[in-house]
Design a protein around this ligand. Structure first.
Ligand code: OGA
Ligand code: NI
Length: 341
């Protein structure tokens, strides 16, 4: 069978290779929806309510692990255009997309299905993923698709805008943590990746998953969701659905932020379930440290009562452990944890 599911037509039943073992199936139950995901109004951060907004971000990150942001500065029309361009890309002919197909994690622009381990995995996840680097644009744009015709223009503008947005959030976080201003600028947030998930309608969502449960390995992530729900977060011992809020961005702190904040930030466990009615496309944007940068709990957060939870490591060291551990970021991070005395 054709590997990329975005090329499939007329899927009547769930192929066997997508059926999870019973203990890993999401099941028939309808998951409760998380009704109170904190919503941050970023416009308020520019005025008198800055301190309050920063506090909201910290509270949200501690209580939920993540938050949504409205009035984030990226226009609705740019969000819609970008979503359309990615949907058009997924709808391109199979032969065209095949030119981008790769399971090599080091390839700067690639499309693949399920996980990078497609050939070795026992069960496949119900998704295609298209991902590429974005920053600085001039270093990467030549690898991006030339079709749809608007791809490079629209995705170019979008990636600059979401980078600005994420750096604004990181700035507020650095103020909230009380680490030095500019802590998150430069090499620590230099690499930017776009990662677009696409799930076609699934004949039986109870038997399969669109993405494994995971924590994001990077510094910080944001998602532009479409109107079809699918994201779930593991909160207080149960899976909860995160309903997309129109025109909002969802911000998910990554494990590197957990390390730098010495555990003040957590990195939420999340996964994606599938939908039987409609296709779902989400645009993820990640900021990632450069390979040679040293990641460690910020010195200003440490004292006798707050010893470092993690040893210092380079992102390269973390990343090679991550790939060696089957891309399980939490397992990888355990190797860099200080043992309690
Ligand atoms: C991710 C992710 C969720 C989604 O790409 O890391 O968690 O809804 N995506 O696509
Ligand atoms: Ni994720």
């Amino acid at each position: 069978m054709e590997i990329l599911m975005s090329n499939w037509t007329d899927v009547q039943s769930l192929p066997k290779s997508y059926v999870f073992p019973p203990d890993r199936r999401p099941g028939e139950n309808v998951f409760p929806v998380c009704k109170n995901v904190p919503v941050i109004d970023l416009e308020k951060a520019e005025g008198l309510d800055r301190v309050e907004t920063i506090q909201q971000i910290l509270n949200a990150s501690q209580e939920f692990g993540f938050f949504q942001v409205i009035n984030h500065g990226v226009s609705e029309s740019l969000m819609d255009d970008t979503m359309s361009v990615f949907k058009e890309f997924y709808g391109m002919p199979a032969e065209y997309k095949a030119g981008f197909y790769s399971n090599d994690i080091n390839k700067s622009c690639r499309i693949y299905s399920s996980t990078l381990n497609y050939n070795a995995e026992e069960v496949h996840y119900w998704r295609d993923n298209f991902t590429h680097r974005c920053h600085p644009i001039e270093d990467h744009i030549q690898h991006w698709p030339e079709r749809p015709a608007r791809y490079r223009e629209i995705v170019g503008i979008y990636s600059v805008e979401v980078r600005k947005f994420l750096l604004r959030i990181l700035n507020l976080i650095s103020e909230g943590l009380g680490v030095e201003p500019g802590y998150f600028d430069g090499d620590i947030s230099k690499t930017q990746l776009l990662s677009v998930n696409h799930h076609i309608p699934c004949p039986d969502p109870s038997l399969t998953l669109g993405m494994p449960e995971h924590c994001d390995p990077n510094l910080i992530s944001m998602l532009q969701q479409c109107s079809v729900p699918g994201l779930q977060v593991f909160l207080e011992g149960k899976w909860m659905g995160v309903e997309p809020l129109p025109n909002a961005f969802l911000v998910i702190p990554g494990l590197q932020l957990k390390v730098i904040s010495n555990g003040i930030f957590t990195s939420p466990i999340h996964r994606v379930v599938t939908s039987s009615d409609e296709a779902r496309t989400t645009i993820g944007s990640f900021l990632i440290p450069s390979h040679d940068i040293l990641i460690e709990p910020a010195k200003s957060l440490l004292d006798a009562g707050h010893p470092p939870d993690y040893k210092a490591f380079t992102y390269k060291e973390f990343f090679s452990t991550f790939t060696a551990k089957n891309c399980d970021a939490e397992v990888a991070l355990e190797f860099f944890k200080n043992k309690p005395k």
